[in-house]
Design a protein. Structure first.
Length: 59
């Protein structure tokens, strides 16, 4: 487990809410990245925020 408490094993159960694609965990930024949707979903207090409105757009 990371400092923030996010368990990377959760990635097995989580998918992008827009594309249903798998996510990549970015430990440095504490985000779950959906390459297919070009979005990064924040992890706050160890909990992924899987809301499109809360996601950061990637270039």
């Amino acid at each position: 487990m990371s400092d923030a408490g996010f368990d990377p094993k959760m990635l097995e159960a989580l998918v992008c809410p827009m594309t249903q694609a798998t996510l990549v965990y970015d430990a440095e930024k504490q985000e779950l990245v959906s390459k297919s949707a070009h979005l990064a979903f924040p992890i706050r207090n160890g909990i992924p925020v899987m809301l499109v409105d809360e996601a950061r757009k990637l270039d």
